[in-house]
Design a protein around this ligand. Structure first.
Ligand code: C2E
Ligand code: CA
Ligand code: CA
Length: 626
């Protein structure tokens, strides 16, 4: 009964403190003023608690001050704890009585433990869960009961005997709930300070966000009073953050980001700006502060080194210790008088990506030579994506003929009819597409077009096969077989007239999976051809395991065979392998009669090359069919 009364009392007081704190934090922007006011409020609430206590024995009162002071320490930190402890201790001294020294001891102990946990909480990223908070409350009250032993006339022991268990069951829980309440309020407050703050500050870490950084960058650029390269933008991207986030959950990821933010904050000088740019990316803006500009790159280098080192010391996240590696890109600016913020960002980003590409955990300074290649690649990727939809791709066909000149097949070769740059050869965009899944879209388009041609009236009843080039990346996609079946069904093409050209690159890893897919496709009637044969690493034993029908001798060997004995020997051994394994042979790149004669005198093969016909638009190729 007594206990319930007491807890009701405390709850009321805490609610009061919470409401008052809200008022204070909204009214005062100044951190120090806010801390002093909050300390006074906790102190007053503690005094109010002592005014309505349980009188356990003459001169010995019992109330909820342990909770109030513990919370003051944990939430408010040392200054708040000190002020509230002084106020409550003064009041308790004034009250007097036999219990006064012990009462003051409880005040001091609770506040001290609270402050200790304030720092523990900070290291955990500013948030403690219910379990550690319960532990906190438990510790405070075990210590409180221990101090009670010092009460005169064994009253303390009596008290522990009658109330100890009940206290330890309820007080820590109350402490935990109150702390959660305040933490929750803090979180909400952070968001609230965001509805103009939200526009400029990141809610998770409280750091300036991308918008604010760009703003500062712009201001720094337009001030323009300093010389070339007087400032630096340092872009910091955490390595493998996504893996960590997926493995340990977003809550852990958030705690980690907050901890990273506070580590980085410690590295800053007065004029530096730290911002959170995106999920796992931070930026430091180093502004010219009157040093000799020639030392600025040195300065930026030192800062980048500090970032690496500071995050290598493990961060405490819940029960884990996590060390973070980062990829850092540095761009010095201004680079020219008309430099814009997005130029600077792009350069830092390029450098950062280079650091990632090189394996991460390093800093890279931007150099002009990095732009052209990277920018060009991005442009091609972007344009190609829309080119597919806009119908700018073209399918060319190049005949494959027998020694007597009969057409037995054709290779499908892609071209890009660019609205401004004209006809673009595949070498200029296929390698870019192969770096992303864009190659699968391209491959899908090619296969569909080739199958449509196979299903045309002009092709029906002719023993002509069409070969298409399949990229390893596309072939490896789990849906490749299904996709192929679907295209065959949709177009009505005869699978036994389709050949897939694969390269030896496909056979480097996951060979079993590759073979399983190949077998599934061969059962449909599809043929396989190994393209550019002789340039890769395939061994004979490899080849034997594969369900292939054809080898294509790479054009470099074909072209040099008549004149270069090494190439001649290689071509001869490929012909021998093919004969032994009963594979068809296509010689590509046959340009001269001499090359054709060299091959014809050695084996019965199929020819592809300018000597017999160049690749031409598919409609034109169809018209030329005899
Ligand atoms: P590839 O598969 O080795 O294709 C043969 C290349 O040799 C083609 O170049 C063809 O035009 C060229 N060629 C044919 N006959 C002769 C000749 O007598 N002399 C010389 N010097 N060259 C000849 P192209 O069309 O520029 O294609 C280049 C490469 O682009 C292809 O090499 C292939 O790897 C890739 N490619 C083309 N189309 C596609 C496609 O649809 N998908 C994929 N993934 N790659 C494609
Ligand atoms: Ca090919
Ligand atoms: Ca080739």
């Amino acid at each position: 009964m007594i206990l319930i009364e007491l807890i009701q009392n405390i709850a009321l007081l805490i609610a009061l403190a919470a409401v008052m704190q809200i008022v204070v934090s909204r009214a005062h922007k100044n951190v120090l003023a806010r801390a002093v006011l909050t300390g006074c409020l906790f102190g007053i609430v503690g005094v109010l608690g002592m005014m309505t206590p349980i009188n356990y024995a003459p001169g010995i009162i019992f109330d909820g001050r342990s909770i109030i002071l513990a919370v003051a320490g944990l939430i408010g930190g040392p200054l708040v704890a000190l002020i509230s402890a002084l106020i409550t201790a003064a009041y308790r001294t004034w009250l007097g009585g036999a219990g006064a020294p012990v009462g003051i001891g409880v005040i001091a102990a609770s506040a001290t433990i609270g402050v200790t946990f304030h720092y523990i909480r900070r290291r955990a990223g500013g948030y403690l869960g219910a379990f550690p908070l319960f532990g906190f409350g438990f510790l405070v009250h075990i210590v409180m009961l221990a101090i009670f032993i010092l009460l005169p006339d064994r009253i303390g022991l009596q008290f522990i005997h009658s109330m100890g268990i009940a206290i330890l069951l309820t007080y820590p829980t109350a402490t935990m709930l109150v702390c959660l309440l305040f933490q929750d309020y803090e979180e909400k407050e952070k968001t609230r300070i965001g509805i103009e703050r939200l526009a400029y500050y990141d809610t998770l870490t409280g750091l300036p966000n991308r918008t604010l950084l760009i703003d500062k960058l712009n201001r720094s650029l337009s001030a323009g009073k300093h010389g070339e390269y007087a400032n630096a933008l340092i872009l910091i991207n955490l390595d493998r953050f996504k893996t960590l986030n997926d493995a340990r959950g977003h809550a852990t990821g958030d705690i980690l980001l907050r901890a990273v933010a506070s580590r980085l904050r410690m590295l800053l000088g007065e004029d530096d700006t730290l911002a959170r740019m995106s999920a796992d990316e931070f930026a430091i803006l180093l502004q010219h502060t009157g040093q000799d500009t020639s030392t600025i790159p040195e300065f930026a280098r030192t800062m980048a080194d500090k970032v690496h080192i500071s995050l290598k010391f493990p961060l405490h996240v819940a029960t884990d210790e996590i060390a973070i590696a980062t990829s850092i890109g540095v761009a010095m600016f201004p680079h020219s008088p008309d430099d814009t913020a997005s130029d600077v960002l792009r350069r830092a980003n390029t450098a950062m990506h280079r650091a990632k590409q090189n394996g991460g955990n390093q800093s890279v300074f931007f150099e002009q030579s990095m732009t052209s290649a990277v920018e060009q690649r991005f442009r091609i990727e972007r344009e190609l994506r829309s080119a597919i939809k806009a119908g700018e791709l073209r399918l060319y066909l190049q005949s494959q003929v027998t020694a007597s000149g009969a057409i037995v097949g054709a290779e499908a070769l892609i071209r890009w009819q660019h609205p401004e740059r004209g006809l673009i050869p595949p070498a200029s965009f296929i390698p870019v597409a192969e770096e992303t899944d864009l190659i699968a879209e391209v491959g899908h388009w090619v296969m569909t077009e080739a199958c449509k041609i196979l299903a045309r009236d002009e092709m029906l009843g002719r023993p002509i096969r069409l070969s298409i080039n399949v990229s390893p990346r596309h072939f490896r996609q789990s849906g490749f077989v299904t996709e192929t079946k679907r295209i065959l069904a949709d177009t009505g093409a005869d699978p036994s007239h389709l050949t897939l050209e694969i390269t030896e690159g496909l056979l480097i890893d996951n060979v079993n999976d590759v073979i399983a897919k190949m077998i599934e496709l061969t059962t449909l009637g599809i043929h396989f051809s190994v393209d550019d044969f002789g340039t890769g690493y395939s061994s004979l034993s490899y080849l034997k395991r594969l369900p292939i029908d054809e080898l294509k001798i790479d054009k470099t060997f074909v072209q040099d065979a008549p004149t270069n004995p090494d190439d001649a020997a290689l071509v001869e051994s490929i012909l021998a392998i093919a004969k032994h394994m009963q594979l068809d042979i296509v010689a590509e790149g046959v340009e001269t009669q001499e090359q054709a004669d060299f091959l014809a005198s050695r084996a019965d093969i199929i020819y592809q090359g300018y000597l017999f016909g160049k690749p031409e638009p598919s409609a034109q190729w169809l018209q030329h069919l005899p």
